[in-house]
Design a protein around this ligand. Structure first.
Ligand code: FES
Length: 200
């Protein structure tokens, strides 16, 4: 029995991966400081479990390059000692990793029930209109990338927008989007309103 409604099990099409491989991008290697950081993180795991450090290494790679290119995945695989395919599996599974260059601020609008009922769809529409982009795109100035996300864990303060995986803006009502974007442009993440921030 096939698990895919259209592709019979065992046929060549069944075995063909549909996954789009990341663009190689520029050459990538950890800076000496970042390499030390990755090794320090990996040292917390037993040697035979070194692969467990792959997520930490990917965070470092993304902080260094702004996103995770194919070359960054290859380098992480070499450093951690696993296959590039294993790194790709992790990158493609977790939404906090970006495989394309992104803007200075990545806006992730929650679209799950509480936020949807409180107007998240209209917030997304207003952001698209203000920036002249669609979900998944970056504005021409390279300042904002827009994404939609599932529950961000602050449902009682819907609608919620997460910025750069680390900062939350809560209770963002439709009609407040232009001001929200202006404040972010001018004052950065300090302008965000919310109590679910990850403290540095
Ligand atoms: S539904 Fe939006 S934060 Fe939970």
């Amino acid at each position: 029995m096939s698990f895919h409604p259209a592709i019979p099990y065992g046929t060549p099409a069944w075995h063909k991966s549909e996954r789009k491989l990341a663009e190689p991008g520029p050459p990538f290697e950890f800076t000496p400081e970042n390499r030390r950081h990755v090794e320090d993180h990996a040292s917390h795991y037993p040697a035979e479990r070194r692969k467990s450090a792959v997520i930490g290494a990917l965070y470092v790679a993304q902080a260094q390059q702004g996103y995770i290119s194919g070359n960054a995945m290859r380098h992480v695989a070499e450093v951690i000692g696993c296959s590039t395919a294993e790194v790709e599996d992790v990158v493609s599974y977790y939404v906090m990793f970006f495989t394309q260059p992104v803007g200075k601020y990545v806006l992730q609008v929650c679209r799950t029930l509480s936020c949807a009922l409180r107007g998240a769809g209209r917030v997304t529409e207003e952001i698209q209109k203000e920036l002249g982009i669609h979900v998944g795109e970056t504005d021409p100035t390279g300042t904002f990338t827009l994404m939609e996300m599932e529950c961000l864990g602050a449902c009682d303060r819907a609608p919620v927008v997460m910025v750069n995986n680390e900062h939350w803006h809560e209770c963002l009502q439709p009609g407040q989007v232009a001001e929200f974007l202006r404040a972010l442009r001018e004052r950065g993440v300090e302008s965000l309103g919310g109590c679910h921030h990850v403290r540095e």
